[in-house]
Design a protein around this ligand. Structure first.
Ligand SMILES: Nc1ncnc2c1ncn2[C@@H]1O[C@H](COP(=O)(O)OP(=O)(O)OP(=O)(O)O)[C@@H](O)[C@H]1O
Length: 683
């Protein structure tokens, strides 16, 4: 009796951009050519049922051959990949430079020898002239290029010699009557199959079915399904576990569900979506969905929960839905894998990261207003480093780095103006630095003569980085600094023509806490690492937060981001950011910190001994000889509202608490806390 047989095609396509980069002696990394990409290749994993008849034995033999062929293809791809890596080795050029210099040295030694051994004065003079010529000579780029090309061609020929001999040899032997030579072909095929299997086992992901599973149903044989969803007959019937070479067990489950799509789709309200042939790349599975009249890509995105359930996608795998090449298509990506990307930053590396799904480099220049959002530890400070490094290395640009927490700024002290915002004195320093930048902008507006400012070494393009915007928002609630946001909003609104840019990072991307309205209005280029909630996602990217299927609140941390560089309604790109280490920041060339000409020198440096804020002085006066003072008493003394007293003292890091007064518990400000704050002012 005939049994069901089903075959699914799976394209194995390596993700672009997967590179590894060698380290130079300086610790920076150099780009290395990506290994020669595998051509998109159909690798079949057959699934068959057998019968106990002769037809079954034939089927079994065919299956073994198909599996062997799969392994042979795999081994050939592996051989080709390794061969291409050897041919395109980026170190080859360095070797050629060394070799060319060695050859030149040999020539010099030979000429010196000739000069020593010359018998006649003419020979001696000729040899000495040659020595001088050789001394002046140095290895030219052209010569190195030619040698490198020659060496690459040699390597390529050597690597192709064996396969070419295997292909052509038997033909030549047969032409000379040696028909036995034809056996070389099956022998080579067998050898490749064995190699492929060994390689697959070593990789540990292979789940190819090597023997057809036993028969399960006595159903008539349906036509083979090629990359299309199973037809109802197969779906309802005995869909065998299609296991695909190179796929992980989780991916195989998804593939099985895809093969059984019609049944799955019907029960979950997804009828009308028709998946095409799935492909597997370094990021996971990708399927093009054809949409009937009821569907459009937006609606498919809305059904992502049902799609996850229908395909049994593991919770940790991201699902992304983007519009397809045609209006009636959507692309479904299931990120079951994290591509092995080299994300290390090195000098000269383009962009700030890579979009793994497309291999496109995310290029965002530091010269523009930028918003960086992300929960604590998501990698905000690290994400800004490549930008900041570009500014620090540009003689016509300068960095002013405001770091309210003071953790990141010590790394940048040698190459930027750093402002540590810790404590009351820190806040004054921050305020002064922001005021200085605002003053510089005013000055440029007066002196630019109605055109955009042209950066000079004295008045360079300025990038003002605020590492935690929420601290500045909090600071602005105290009387002394209430105009700090006005200054920042002025920079955000008018900085473009003055070539002064604001980079605003915040853990709390909400309008009340972390992003003032004018700042948010003026910053369209936004980068969001993992956020706390979908509300935060919407504040950063608006309703398009989920347009590409990824949302910042679902990102992995650290180092994964969504970046929007286009207009406000453009969907953000899912991006893996480059990682610049602490050592690399420290290794940046040193340079003088920027100051606004005429600004108080080293503003805020000695503020610890500056004037004590009025509210603290009043609290100290009232609590003299007492265990503490009540907020109401301070407010009454100053004629302020209680809330102002509380906010001003909070800004000085004095929090209301309880203290004991003659055995009574009083709510107010303990004397010892006030004294600790006063110590910042040398008291
Ligand atoms: N692209 C990346 N690749 C690898 N590791 C990263 C990357 N970005 C950040 N990290 C690591 O994540 C950790 C947190 O990074 P970082 O300090 O930049 O986060 P943050 O968002 O600024 O945190 P916080 O808000 O608490 O200051 C660090 O140990 C850092 O080395």
């Amino acid at each position: 009796m005939a049994r069901q047989t089903k075959r699914r095609h799976l394209s194995v396509v390596p993700a672009p951009g997967a590179e590894d980069a060698p380290h130079t002696p300086t610790g920076m990394t150099e780009p290395k050519r990506a290994q020669a990409p595998l051509e998109p290749t159909a690798v079949y994993a057959s699934e068959a049922a057998t019968t106990r008849t002769a037809a079954g034995a034939a089927e079994r033999a065919r299956h073994v051959l198909a599996t062997g062929h799969t392994y042979a293809v795999l081994a050939w791809l592996h051989y080709w990949n390794v061969a291409m890596g050897y041919v395109m080795d980026p170190d080859l050029r360095t070797e050629m430079v060394d070799q060319a210099e060695r050859d030149l040295d040999h020539k010099r030694v030979a000429a010196a020898k000739r000069a020593r051994r010359a018998l006649s004065p003419e020979d001696k003079r000729a040899a000495q002239r040659e020595i001088q010529r050789l001394e002046r000579r140095c290895v030219s780029e052209l010569e190195v290029d030619a040698r490198t090309l020659g060496a690459r061609s040699g390597r390529l020929l050597r690597k192709l010699a064996l396969p070419a001999a295997v292909v052509v040899g038997p033909v030549l032997m047969a032409a000379n009557g040696m028909w036995i030579g034809v056996l070389i072909w099956p022998a080579a095929w067998g050898w490749l199959a064995v190699q492929g299997r060994a390689h697959a086992i070593a990789e540990g992901t292979t789940t190819a079915t090597e023997l057809p599973p036993t028969a399960v149903a006595d159903a008539p044989r349906p036509p083979a399904v090629t990359g299309a969803p199973a037809n109802p007959a197969t779906a309802a019937g005995a869909a065998q576990a299609t296991r695909v070479l190179g796929a992980t067990p989780e991916e195989n489950v998804i593939l099985e569900r895809l093969a059984d799509w019609t049944a799955q789709a019907k029960s979950r309200g997804l009828a009308g979506l028709t998946p095409g042939a799935p492909t597997l790349d370094e990021a996971g599975l990708c399927v093009v969905l054809t949409l009937d009249g009821k569907w459009d890509p937006g609606r498919v995105r809305g059904a992502v929960g049902q799609i996850r359930a229908a395909l049994a996608v593991p919770a940790e795998a991201g699902v992304q839905i983007t519009p397809g090449a045609r209006g009636d298509e959507a692309v479904l990506r299931i990120r079951t894998r994290t591509p092995a990307l080299d994300t290390s930053w090195y000098e000269g590396r383009e962009g700030i990261g890579i979009v793994p799904e497309t291999g496109r480099i995310a290029e965002v220049s530091p010269y523009g207003h930028r918003l960086v959002a992300g929960t604590t530890g998501a990698g905000k400070s690290t994400a800004m480093r490549p930008w900041m490094a570009r500014v620090a290395m540009n003689p016509l640009a300068a960095l002013v780095f405001i770091d309210p927490k003071g953790q990141e700024c010590p790394l940048w002290e040698h190459c930027a103006r750093t402002v540590k915002g810790v404590g009351a004195a820190g806040q004054q320093r921050v305020y002064l630095a922001i005021s200085e930048v605002a003053l510089e902008l005013e000055w440029r507006q007066e002196h630019a003569g109605g055109t955009d400012w042209t950066p000079t070494e004295e008045h360079p393009e300025l990038v003002l980085v605020v590492d935690e915007g929420a601290s500045i928002v909090r600071m602005s609630k105290t009387k002394s600094y209430k105009d700090v946001l006005d200054k920042l909003e002025y920079i955000a609104a008018q900085g473009r023509a003055g070539r002064i840019w604001l980079h605003w990072a915040t853990q709390y991307p909400t309008k009340s806490e972390g992003i003032p309205a004018l700042v948010t209005e003026n910053i369209t280029t936004r980068l969001s690492l993992r956020t706390e909630s979908p509300t935060a996602d919407r504040v950063v990217f608006g309703e398009n937060a989920t347009a590409t299927g990824w949302t910042p609140s679902e990102l992995e941390i650290p180092g994964w981001a969504m970046i929007r560089t286009g207009p406000k309604d453009a969907p953000p790109d899912h991006t893996r950011l480059w990682h610049m280490t602490d050592e690399q920041v420290r290794a940046l060339p040193a340079r003088a910190a920027w100051h606004h000409a005429g600004a108080p020198s080293e503003a805020g440096e000695d503020l610890d001994d500056g004037e004590m804020p009025e509210v603290l002085a009043a609290a100290l006066e009232l609590s003299e000889g007492q265990p503490g003072v009540r907020g109401h008493d301070i407010a009454g003394h100053l004629g302020w509202d209680l809330i102002d007293v509380q906010t001003e003292l909070l800004a000085l890091e004095v929090r209301a608490g309880r203290y004991s007064d003659d055995g009574r518990q009083v709510r107010g400000y303990p004397r010892e806390d006030l004294e600790a704050a006063a110590a910042n002012y040398g008291m």
